[in-house]
Design a protein around this ligand. Structure first.
Ligand code: ZN
Length: 180
């Protein structure tokens, strides 16, 4: 398992709901958490490791020792947005070094299943709310570059061109399969 970078097509796939939580799903979640911490990220969604499932992991502290802040969410649904909007910098492990402002809801209510198959509901604000919105978007093939304002999109353009050039080179070297 490894984190795929833009423009890998898996990032645009719409993830499927998981219908069972078995040992394989638990292993995926563990591996995703390990990758997330190693990359110094706060969240990681399954399409970012080219898995087509509605599964995401996050820890808004980014601190692997703070297990109490660690969260694995299966089939998460954003049930409510409230408290107006917040504007702040956002990054993504699939877009190394690209940080731009993205407008998000200030507070969200999310419903999801945990690894024990228990339904849970969480109300998150500020950074944690931003994280949930960013990661749930990934499960629907939506990326933060889609949500940047005009200036952010303009500033992101050279980064995206660089990512695209890097991707094509990796394909030419045979490290990534061709588009066919
Ligand atoms: Zn992301």
């Amino acid at each position: 398992m490894k984190i795929v970078h833009y423009p890998h097509p898996a990032l645009r796939h719409v993830a499927k709901p998981l219908t069972a939580i078995d040992a394989e799903v638990r292993r995926y979640a563990r591996q995703m958490l390990d990758l997330m911490y190693a990359a110094k990220g706060l969240g990681l969604a399954a399409p970012q490791v080219a898995l087509p499932y509605q599964l995401l992991v996050l820890n808004y502290t980014g601190d692997p020792t703070r297990k109490e802040d660690e969260c694995v969410a299966i089939n998460p649904v954003l049930v409510e947005k409230k408290g107006g909007t917040q504007d702040g910098q956002e990054g993504c492990l699939s877009f190394p070094d690209l940080y731009q402002n993205v407008k998000r809801a200030k507070t969200v209510v999310v419903r999801a299943y945990d690894l024990e198959g228990q339904l849970f509901e969480v109300t998150a604000s500020d950074l944690a709310a931003r994280l949930w919105q960013h990661e749930i978007d990934h499960l629907h093939g939506i990326l933060y570059i889609d949500k940047m304002g005009l200036l952010g999109k303009r500033a992101a353009k050279p980064f995206l061109e660089e990512f695209e050039a890097r991707y094509r080179k990796a394909q030419q070297r045979g490290e990534i399969p061709s588009d066919d």
